[in-house]
Ligand binder design. Structure first.
Ligand code: CS2
Ligand code: MG
Length: 403
């Protein structure tokens, strides 16, 4: 079997996706996700202009050698664009191999370590009352774990919260990017109250998660973690910008609230201090942005040595291809933690027919050969790409800040 050709399909069924399709001479093809929210087109060019010409004629079963060739052969290593492109190729090659061997992907990753994958949903409320209400709705839908993002009193609009009836989608079309506002003081004052109220309302059972979205300093994160300890959160996520891995040493000195980080990471080198010093409890780097299944297998095995579990990123800007790959991976590994699950919209589900499904708080990848997800190119063509930008964020005095 050889790689005959490959194509990159960019579509926008409600939001932009970059999908790689690799075709072989035996009629089997694989799909991979290369979506980089707000910066999609560099990945498209990286794949079309640089990677695909190198793949033609290669044996698709040589997944590891192709990964090394794309990583070391470019000389310029790491980075979100490079690793999303490599991730798309890697996912597609694993899809081809599993299809050729007539087995669901999880069987090539060690087989089932569990029957189902616990997921967490996004409960977003514009204020305290709405947040309590939406948590109740998600628990009624069967979720065992809920991430809560709430509007902050005195702060106009904030991460993760929409004021419309539409599902939350941060990337907006047109220029300039939407500008959000922020006050750390008002945030730190409010969040403990939010979780106290949630625990008072729903008790200790539900697993509660919260995303600080890169906005605190290490000592502020230590304060927040300590003040949230009575509410036993499952994790607080991205509590500080994580380029400075050592920053987590400060947080760890002040709190036992579990810490999750990694959705903006793209290689093991972003994580090795965090993991080897046990500064975090969950690693979130997605299969798409983390260089694919082959590289994330190495990251997750390294994490297992240090009691760090997975909590893969699963926002809607990762396509159903990444979600499918994540669910197979989650089913097979020993140090699985939890899987983020933001349901895609109906248009997206039409473009990406899939075998995975949700039931009573858990997800199942299905047992179709390969990833169990496809891409309908005709449907995709109905939704052409439209450049979109993630918001920027400014403090109340206008200082540009982390979004
Ligand atoms: C968020 C993401 O899901 C999460 O944890 O941090 O929604 C993030 O804002 C988006 O993926 C950015 O594109
Ligand atoms: Mg996040």
């Amino acid at each position: 079997m050889i790689i005959q050709n490959a194509k990159v399909i960019v579509c926008s069924p409600g939001r932009n996706f970059v999908t790689l399709k690799i075709n072989t001479d035996e009629g089997i093809y694989g799909v991979g996700d290369g979506t980089l929210n707000g910066r999609e087109l560099p990945v498209v060019s990286y794949l079309k202009d640089h990677i695909i010409p190198c793949l033609i004629g290669r044996d698709p079963f040589q997944i590891e050698d192709i990964w090394q060739y794309l990583y070391k052969g470019a000389y310029w290593r790491r980075g979100p664009v490079t690793m999303a492109a490599i991730g798309a190729v890697d996912m597609a090659l694993w899809d081809i191999k599993a299809k050729a061997l007539q087995t669901p992907l999880y069987n090539l990753l060690g087989g089932k370590s569990r029957d189902r994958v616990m997921v967490y949903s996004h409960a977003n409320g514009c204020d305290l009352e709405a947040s309590i209400d939406v948590v109740g709705k998600h628990l009624d839908e069967g979720y065992k774990a809920v991430r809560i993002q709430s509007g902050i009193p005195g702060v106009a609009g904030t991460y993760g919260v929409t004021n419309t009836k539409d599902p939350y989608e941060p990337a907006q079309r047109g220029l300039p990017p939407e500008s959000k506002h922020w006050s750390t003081e008002k945030y730190l004052k409010y969040v403990p109250t939010l979780f106290q109220k949630i625990r008072d309302t729903f008790g200790d059972e539900p697993r509660l998660l919260h995303d600080c979205h890169h906005r605190l300093t290490p000592i502020e994160a230590g304060r927040l973690g300590k003040e949230l300890e009575p509410y036993h959160l499952f994790w607080i996520e991205d509590c500080i910008p994580a380029e400075l891995q050592e920053g987590f040493r400060v947080i760890r000195q002040h709190t036992t609230t579990p810490l999750a980080v990694g959705e903006v990471f793209n290689s093991i080198w972003d994580t090795h201090i965090l993991i080897s010093e046990m500064l975090i409890d969950y690693i979130r780097t997605s299969i798409c942005h983390g260089g694919g299944i082959s590289h994330m297998k190495k990251v997750v095995s390294f994490a297992e040595l240090y009691h760090v579990k997975t909590g893969f990123h699963g926002a809607t800007d990762l396509s159903p291809v990444t979600l499918a790959a994540s669910l197979h991976f989650d089913l097979a590994i020993n140090n699985f933690g939890i899987q983020e699950y933001m349901p895609h919209n109906e248009l997206t589900d039409e473009v990406f027919p899939h075998a995975y499904y949700f039931k009573d708080g858990f997800m199942y990848p299905g047992d179709e050969p390969g990833l169990g997800v496809d891409m309908d190119e005709e449907k995709a063509a109905e939704y052409p790409y439209e450049r979109a930008y993630l918001p920027i964020n400014r403090k109340e005095d206008g200082t540009l800040f982390d979004w």
